[in-house]
Design a protein around this ligand. Structure first.
Ligand SMILES: [Zn+2]
Length: 76
């Protein structure tokens, strides 16, 4: 049954896969843009208070726990 109908089927399958692939890429790009926009909006709303907390998280060289830098962490 690999006659004259197989080539259009293959082409159709490739077209569907390409459409799904580009659809996913488009959705991902849209989600990234929306996330960047919401991140920027959140940064504006939260001010500079949020970013330093994230940047000051460091891994303790002794116990391996992620702790705030200069936060008075003591290994138990
Ligand atoms: Zn520690």
């Amino acid at each position: 049954m690999f006659g004259i109908f197989s080539l259009p089927k293959i082409l159709f399958t490739i077209a569907v896969i390409a459409a799904v692939w580009y659809g996913f890429k488009w959705l991902n790009r849209r989600a990234q843009v929306q996330q960047q926009q919401s991140d920027n909006a959140g940064r504006v709303e939260a001010g500079a208070a949020k970013a330093p907390d994230v940047e000051e998280m460091v891994q303790c060289p002794d116990c391996g726990a992620y702790v705030a830098k200069g936060g008075g962490h003591r290994c138990t």
